[in-house]
Design a protein around this ligand. Structure first.
Ligand code: NAP
Length: 288
């Protein structure tokens, strides 16, 4: 019997990964869902999954949560800037608990990526390498869902703003990344590095065209300098540090940092990836 664990299990990727493990015939009783807020975990408990509580800030709780775990899906923390101390705790706890393999959700081509976001991921990859743990790297590209936040305003105003120039991106749905992570957790060997991205190559003009197609309202792409785009995001209510990260990520898109020809995602899925249009159509319908 192999015991699997998933951190961030009350989040989007972690929750989908738990469901994907069950969908791939892992018994719920063999899955440990590591959560920081038990009140959010009722669906997991109802599914028969073992829920254990640990915050990334609490190394001892993490070690207790990882007891008996063979293969751990380590979902990166969502508090950008706080990731390194948190991830150090997760890795130290996994070593102490004797976890057999850790699969970490990193970022596409973390070792060469110019994105600000890549810094904490690359540092985490190094911590993992130094830990002696058997490691699998799941280097995720951009979620298609990232564009759902801007879709309503773009459709209402007819303008989709960004700072990606004519660069292309290969996004994939979060559920597909989660299912690929579950597949890798079950079957990947230590040392494998997966560069995960969708099969489409979309410019921001293509994304605007998708908004047009799905909404029936004309939307055009307007490219802004990185600093103007960051300022526009702040004007729309995005906190300044996060606006800078988003604008910097768009600048990365402009130079191809989130584009990829890798087939690792569809290879792990064993089926076609969910198309960008379907994510937008579903997301817009789901937005009140
Ligand atoms: N590649 C991309 O395009 C992309 C896009 C968005 C996010 N991400 C990153 O990818 C990762 C997973 O994404 P996601 O969509 O699943 O994000 P999410 O829905 O925000 O889930 C993050 C999960 O991490 C948990 N978490 C955060 N801080 C924690 C802490 N200190 N201790 C324990 N658990 C903690 C959260 O717990 P709670 O449920 O209690 O909040 C949540 O379950 C995150 O690192 C996120 O920042 C990537």
């Amino acid at each position: 019997m192999t015991v699997y664990a998933v951190t961030g299990a009350t989040g989007g990727l972690g929750g989908d990964a738990v469901r994907a493990l069950i969908g791939r015939s892992v018994a719920p009783a063999d899955i440990v869902a590591v959560v920081r807020d038990i009140d959010k975990a009722s669906e997991l408990t109802d599914a028969g999954v073992a829920v254990r509580v640990a915050d990334y800030a609490d190394r001892d709780a993490l070690e207790a949560a990882f007891a008996g775990v063979d293969r751990l899906l380590f979902v990166s923390g969502s508090e950008v800037g706080q990731r390194l101390p948190q991830h150090t705790n997760v890795i130290d706890a996994a070593v102490s608990a004797g976890v057999g393999l850790v699969a970490y959700t990193s970022i596409l081509r973390a070792d060469t990526s110019p994105l600000q976001l890549a810094g904490e991921h690359l540092a985490t990859e190094k911590l993992l390498a130094d830990s002696g743990l058997p490691v699998v790297l799941l280097r995720n590209g951009w979620y298609s869902e990232n564009y759902l936040a801007s879709a309503p305003a773009a459709i209402e105003s007819g303008v989709f703003y960004g700072s990606a120039g004519e660069g292309e991106i290969a996004p994939a749905s979060r559920a597909d990344y989660a299912e690929a992570a579950a597949a890798a957790l079950i079957s990947a060997d230590a040392g494998q590095v997966f560069e995960l991205a969708g099969p489409q190559h979309l410019s921001y003009a293509d994304i605007a065209a998708t908004f047009t197609e799905v909404s029936g309202t004309p939307v055009r792409y307007e490219d802004l300098p990185e600093s103007d785009y960051a300022a526009a995001l702040v004007g729309a209510g995005v906190p300044a540090p996060f606006a800078d990260v988003l604008a910097n990520s768009d600048a990365g898109v402009a130079v191809g940092a989130l584009d990829s020809d890798s087939t690792d995602l569809v290879d792990l899925l064993g089926r076609p990836a969910t198309g960008f249009r379907d994510v937008v159509r579903h997301g817009i319908v789901a937005t009140p």
